[in-house]
Design a binder for this molecule. Structure first.
Ligand SMILES: [Fe+2]
Length: 301
């Protein structure tokens, strides 16, 4: 059974344990989260001017739209103010900035209708981030940049949290993806040709949980949750920001969600930076999780 906690005051230690068990945590708007979303809106407004970011897709070809995204997304990812706001969010939420590591924030867009369905606007079918070499101790933080509704939100499929799904993760290697797949994103406009892990059996999408927070609110969930993007049937493009965290103590002692079906290789842990000073994780910790091709999967318990 998954529980959705709203504005829970529990400590970060208890919250992580609960997230690893499949619970979701939603938070009302906070100053730093609002600032992060305001930055995303500011950059998006500049990029799509004179059009409104939420409706710009009605005024340009998908190719032109993707060209704008190809500039906008890295600008946001590497913006120094974004990292400052994220560090403040950790303080607001009781995370120890000496033990909390995060990877760069992503700005994501989900056009409405059939406009875009590949590359930089790829519509993710049900997946676990852990099929993409994310550690089982990863927590995802997700924030809507403009107001959202159920029809352009994200869905969780809690029945699968502890239930294996046949999937293509054994063909996914993070190092290989970095070398080839990532660079091709801007060329994938109308169809997605890159091989990505996906379910290889029918998925029962219901029961599903969708959480709608106001702008400046945040949703936290385990990277091991099966989740999907809801087909956007509204009249506005969805803009969201997300970033991921890991906690050093949990990586050291193996606390995490269970691996029920992941078989990918490599690890994303080298992308994570310490919140206090942007230092990377100690390499001896990363190596424990860096499963090379050919070694069998060991569930992280
Ligand atoms: Fe995901």
């Amino acid at each position: 059974m998954a529980t959705v906690y709203l504005d829970s005051p529990v400590s970060d230690d208890l919250r992580r344990a609960s997230l690893y068990a499949g619970d979701l945590f939603a938070f009302s708007p906070s100053e730093s989260a609002e600032a992060l979303c305001a930055l995303a809106r500011e950059l998006s407004t500049d990029a799509f001017a004179p059009h409104s970011p939420e409706t710009a897709q009605e005024h340009m070809s998908p190719e032109d739209y993707v060209r704008i995204l190809a500039d906008l997304k890295p600008t946001f990812i590497h913006h120094p103010r974004a990292k400052e706001f994220i560090r403040s969010m950790f303080t607001e939420r009781g995370c120890d900035v000496e033990k909390t590591y995060f990877d760069v924030p992503r700005l994501r867009t989900m056009a409405h209708g059939e406009y875009l369905s590949a590359g930089l606007a790829y519509q993710f079918h049900p997946h676990r981030d852990t099929w993409f070499s994310a550690p089982y101790a990863q927590i995802n933080w997700w924030l809507p940049v403009y107001s959202i509704e159920s029809q352009n939100s994200m869905a969780f499929h809690p029945a699968y949290f502890a239930k294996a799904v046949k999937n293509g993760s054994s063909d996914y290697d993070y190092d290989e993806w970095n070398r080839t797949g990532r660079q091709q994103a801007a060329q994938q406009v109308r169809t997605e040709t890159r091989k990505q892990p996906s379910p290889e059996e029918p998925i029962e999408l219901d029961p599903q949980i969708r959480v709608v927070t106001p702008v400046g609110g945040a949703l936290l969930f385990s990277a091991a949750h099966l989740h999907s993007t809801v087909p956007n049937t509204t009249t506005r493009t969805r803009f969201s920001v997300d970033f991921r965290t890991v906690n050093l103590d949990d990586l050291a002692d193996g606390s995490s969600a269970l691996n029920v079906d992941g078989d990918c290789t490599g690890t994303t842990l080298r992308d994570f930076l310490r919140a206090s000073d942007l230092e990377p994780l100690p390499e001896d910790i990363v190596e424990r999780y860096d499963r090379p091709r050919g070694r069998s999967a060991v569930p992280t318990v």
